[in-house]
Design a protein around this ligand. Structure first.
Ligand SMILES: NC(=O)C1=CN([C@@H]2O[C@H](COP(=O)(O)OP(=O)(O)OC[C@H]3O[C@@H](n4cnc5c(N)ncnc54)[C@H](OP(=O)(O)O)[C@@H]3O)[C@@H](O)[C@H]2O)C=CC1
Ligand SMILES: O=C(O)C(=O)Cc1c[nH]c2ccccc12
Length: 330
């Protein structure tokens, strides 16, 4: 007979969001269980993030609930190691005990309760389900004509640690979100010749580019000023500081500032940590969308008809939610 574990809330994912949710519920004496597919907390940070990753938000905006503020000695923009150590101290402080190696294969609601099944054959039943995982679950690589015959290395950003192996090589970075932009810079710092794909000025492909300082200032102002005013201030600063970006095919959404754009579309602005200067100096080249890979070669054809050879293509094209494959919504 199947054993059913009963609790009030099942939380899927032992990243910062799942752990914080668990602590808040436990403070209210609400029974909860965290199911985590890997055998660590914060697996994205520990296993699928590049070496130079730092948080984009200043440390005062990266506190977990009920934890004391970050130490004065903690840098304003924490490295991934600082952040994961902080999360680990949170886990021991609040004695959170996620169930590790529990890959959820199905979560469905029926007869007033959630039924959650794991790959190990366990079943959990709960009144409430918190999905705190999945958003960056499945690396997304677009289909490109001829890619299967590409003669060089291909890699998704989740597998990129640093640019050592690309020294002296021509690398094409596909995708100009936060990962692609920072990996472009990292490749340059490691002596690779990086090019980055920016697909075009169409409305759906426009994005904001801001500095960490602008975001920091915006976050401080949000405490006192309405978002639309913060947005117009930050957007004016950014459009002045980055006034030359349209020349590289990078266009910002005209109607919404970076904070409103994030809250309405979920799209984070690109936080420029030095990439734009490399674009300006020509060390990073901006190229148009990929059309195809010429059969059995290292040669890529772009939307403008030009072709170039690359040793490697790095897909920083984001993720799809893994929840699509296990969350059943009626
Ligand atoms: N320090 C930090 O805190 C960091 C945070 N992050 C965050 O992690 C999350 C994931 O970021 P990231 O990995 O950059 O993924 P994103 O989904 O944010 O970006 C993927 C990029 O790839 C582009 N893209 C998709 N398909 C194609 C294609 N066929 N050709 C060309 N371009 C394509 C997308 O364009 P389009 O939008 O037009 O589809 C988009 O610009 C984000 O929330 C990001 O902000 C990432 C890095 C560092
Ligand atoms: O979530 C991200 O990927 C970030 O870069 C941090 C971030 C959270 N909220 C924001 C609002 C405006 C700019 C950056 C962020």
């Amino acid at each position: 007979m199947e054993t059913v574990h009963r609790t009030t809330v099942v939380i899927i994912g032992a990243g910062p969001a799942g752990l914080a949710t668990s602590v808040c519920l436990s403070k209210l004496a609400i029974a909860n269980t965290i199911l985590e597919k890997e055998n660590v907390t914060c697996s994205l940070w520990k296993h699928r993030a590049y070496d130079r990753l730092r948080l984009h938000l200043a440390k005062q905006y990266c506190n977990l609930p009920f934890a004391p503020p970050h130490a004065a000695s903690t840098p304003t923009f924490m490295s991934k190691d600082h952040f994961t150590a902080y999360v680990e101290s949170y886990v021991s402080r609040f004695q959170i005990e996620p169930r590790f190696d529990c890959l959820v294969t199905r979560a469905a609601h029926g007869m007033g309760k959630w039924r959650v099944e794991t790959a190990r054959g366990e079943v959990y039943e709960a009144e409430f389900l918190v999905v705190a995982a999945g958003e960056n679950g499945v690396p997304f690589v677009p289909e490109v004509d001829g890619m299967e015959g590409f003669g060089g290395v291909t890699l998704h950003s989740s597998g990129y640690r640093n640019g050592e192996e690309f020294k002296g090589k021509d690398v094409l970075v596909v995708g100009c979100g936060n990962s692609g932009m920072e990996i472009g810079l990292d490749l340059c710092n490691h002596g690779a010749r990086a090019s980055i794909v920016v697909r075009g000025p169409q409305k759906c492909m426009q994005f904001h580019v801001v500095t960490r300082g602008m975001v920091h200032l915006g976050m401080q102002m949000l405490k006192y000023v309405k978002m639309k005013y913060v947005d117009s201030i930050v957007a004016s600063m950014a459009s002045f500081y980055y006034r030359d970006l349209p020349k590289y095919g990078i266009h910002r959404p005209a109607l919404q500032g970076p904070f409103t754009h994030k809250s309405t579309t979920g799209k984070t602005p690109v936080i420029d940590v030095g990439t734009v200067d490399r674009i300006r100096s020509g060390q990073i080249q901006v190229v148009p969308g990929i059309e195809r890979v010429l059969k059995g070669t290292n040669e890529v054809e772009f939307a403008d008809g030009t072709t170039r050879r690359f040793h490697a293509i790095l897909f920083a094209t984001g993720y799809r939610s893994s929840a699509n494959s296990w969350l059943e919504v009626n």
